[in-house]
Design a protein around this ligand. Structure first.
Ligand code: HAM
Length: 427
C-alpha cells in the first residue's frame, strides 16, 4: 500500500462537516467586516516568496517545497497566503480600485517542517489582508476581525499578544543595538545566526537552536527603539482595542517568523495548541508591496492555522456541528417496491429532500439498520400494499410518529410542515 506523505492529513467524509463549519463561520465573519474572498494559485514563482517572506527566514531557507517545472522554471508551493494575495493585487491592477482593499482566503500551505501535533507539512490557513490604510484603525479592525473569528468559533481561552517592531527608520537603530548585543556571542551561536547577524539580526531572536536561545532571552527589544510615529501608532492601536473591549497583553518578545512585518505584530495563542501555541498570527507589512516593485501601499493582515484551531476547539470543548443527516430513507420491501423507492427518491431530491435508498439489495431488516446508521429523519416504507394504494408508510425517526402519505404528497409532507397539520387534524 502507498501511504500518505509524512506531515499531511486526510479529511474524511465523516469529518468534513466540521471543516465546512469552520470555513462558513470564518467567511461570514470576514464578510461582516467587508472582506471578500480571493483565490490564488497553490504554486508561484519561487522569487515571490524569497523576496517577500524573506531570504533569512526559516520558511524560505529551509522549509519551502521548491522544484523546477518541466519548462525549467523554479516554482514553489505557497508556504503562506500573503505573498500570493499581494502579487494578485498588483498584477490585476487593484491598486487603482476601491481602497481599502479587503480580501480573505482559505488555502492550503506547505512547509517542510518536522511534523508534530499542530505542525504539518500541508496545513490550511484562513487569512485576511487589508491594503491601502496606514492608520492604526486598520490594524485595530483586522485584530477585531481575528478576535471575532475565534469567538464565533466558540473559543474562550485564547490570549491576544501584541507588539510593535517599528518601521525601517527605527529598525536601523534597533539593529545596531542588536548587533552590539550579539557580537560578543557570535562564535558560540549557530551558523544561521551568524548569517542573520549581517542580513537581519532580528531573525536571531526567532532562532530555535538551544545554544542561541541562551542569548536571545536578554536581547534588546524593538519596542524600546520605536520612533515617535511608531509609538503614537501603537498607542492608538492599544487604545482602540481597549475601548472595543478586547483584552490583550503587550509582549515585546513577539517578532514573527516572516520578514515583511513593520509596526504592529500580533498573535493569538492557546495552551491547548501545545508546543505550537500560536493559533493565529499577523501584523502590519507596509514594505511588502513596494518590494515587489509597486508604489508603497500600507498593508495589514493575519492568518489562522485551521488544524491548530481545530485542536484548540476540541481541547476547549467548543460547540461542534452535528454531522449532516439525510431527510429520508426510502425502504422497498420487495423488488417492485424497491424500484418505486429508487424512482421516488429521485423525485424527492428534485423537490429538495435529501434521501437515500437501497443500492445493495439489502433485506428489510438490514435496510432499517442502515437508515438508522445514516440518522435519517424519516423512513418511508413501501411494500405490496403501499404500491397498490399509492401511499407510503412514513415514520418520523425522532418522534416515532407514523403516517400514511400519498406518494405525490411525500415531498410536501417532509418539507412543508404537513406532518404538523396531520397531527393537528388527528388531535
Ligand atoms: P504564520 O505565523 O507563519 O503567518 O502562520 C500563521 C498561522 O498558520 C500560524 O499561527 C499557525 O496557526 C499556522 N501554521 C503555520 N505553520 C504551520 C504548520 N507547519 N502546521 C500547521 N499550522 C501552521 C503567516 O503565514 C502570515 N502569512 C500571516 C499574515 C497574513 N500576516 C499578515 N497577513
Amino acid at each position: 500500500m502507498i501511504n500518505i506523505p509524512k506531515g499531511t492529513k486526510d479529511v474524511l467524509p465523516s469529518q468534513s462537516h466540521v471543516w465546512q463549519y469552520i470555513e462558513d463561520v470564518s467567511r461570514v465573519t470576514a464578510e461582516g467586516y467587508g472582506f471578500r474572498e480571493i483565490r490564488t494559485p497553490v504554486f508561484e514563482h519561487t522569487e515571490l516568496f524569497s523576496r517577500g517572506v524573506g531570504d533569512t527566514t526559516d520558511v524560505v531557507t529551509k522549509e519551502m517545497y521548491t522544484f523546477l517545472d518541466k519548462g525549467g522554471r523554479s516554482v514553489t508551493l505557497r508556504p503562506e497566503g500573503t505573498a500570493g494575495v499581494a502579487r494578485a493585487f498588483l498584477e490585476n491592477g487593484l491598486q487603482g480600485g476601491v481602497m481599502p482593499f479587503k480580501a480573505y482566503y482559505v488555502c492550503s500551505a506547505y512547509r517542510y517542517e518536522r511534523p508534530q501535533a499542530g505542525r504539518l507539512r500541508e496545513f490550511h490557513q484562513f487569512g485576511a489582508e487589508l491594503y491601502g490604510a496606514e492608520g492604526p484603525e486598520a490594524d485595530a479592525e483586522v485584530i477585531l476581525l481575528a478576535d471575532a473569528l475565534l469567538k464565533n468559533l466558540g473559543l474562550k481561552n485564547v490570549k491576544l499578544k501584541i507588539n510593535s517592531i517599528g518601521c525601517p527608520a527605527c529598525r536601523a537603530k534597533y539593529y545596531e543595538a542588536l548587533k552590539a548585543y550579539f557580537r560578543p556571542h557570535l562564535f558560540e551561536m549557530c551558523e544561521d545566526c551568524n548569517a542573520r547577524f549581517e542580513k537581519n539580526p532580528m531573525r536571531i531572536i526567532d532562532c530555535k537552536n538551544e545554544a542561541c536561545k541562551k542569548f536571545t532571552a536578554g536581547a534588546p527589544r524593538a519596542i524600546e527603539f520605536l520612533c515617535d510615529g511608531c509609538k503614537a501608532h501603537f498607542e492608538k492601536v492599544k487604545e482602540l482595542l481597549g475601548e472595543a473591549g478586547v483584552p490583550f497583553e503587550v509582549d515585546p518578545s513577539i517578532v514573527r517568523g516572516l520578514d515583511y512585518y513593520s509596526r504592529t505584530v500580533f498573535e493569538f495563542t492557546s495552551e491547548a495548541a501545545g508546543a505550537q501555541g500560536t493559533v493565529l498570527g499577523g501584523g502590519r507589512y507596509d514594505g511588502l508591496l513596494a518590494q515587489y516593485g509597486a508604489k508603497p501601499t500600507p498593508a495589514v493582515g493575519f492568518a489562522m492555522g485551521m488544524e491548530r484551531l481545530l485542536m484548540v476547539m476540541e481541547a476547549e470543548g467548543a460547540p461542534m456541528p452535528e454531522p449532516p443527516r439525510p431527510d429520508c430513507y426510502l425502504l422497498g420491501m420487495d423488488d417492485a417496491s424497491r424500484k418505486k423507492a429508487f424512482l421516488l427518491a429521485e423525485e424527492l431530491r428534485k423537490a429538495g429532500v435529501s434521501c437515500e435508498t437501497d443500492l445493495m439489495a439489502r433485506s428489510v431488516k438490514a435496510q432499517f439498520k442502515y437508515a438508522d446508521k445514516l440518522g435519517a429523519r424519516y423512513v418511508v416504507t413501501i411494500g405490496e400494499n403501499e404500491l397498490a394504494e399509492g401511499a407510503a408508510e412514513v415514520k418520523n425517526m425522532d418522534t416515532s410518529a407514523a403516517a400514511r402519505v400519498k406518494f405525490e404528497a411525500l415531498a410536501q409532507f417532509m418539507t412543508g410542515g404537513e406532518e404538523d397539520d396531520q397531527r393537528n387534524e388527528r388531535a
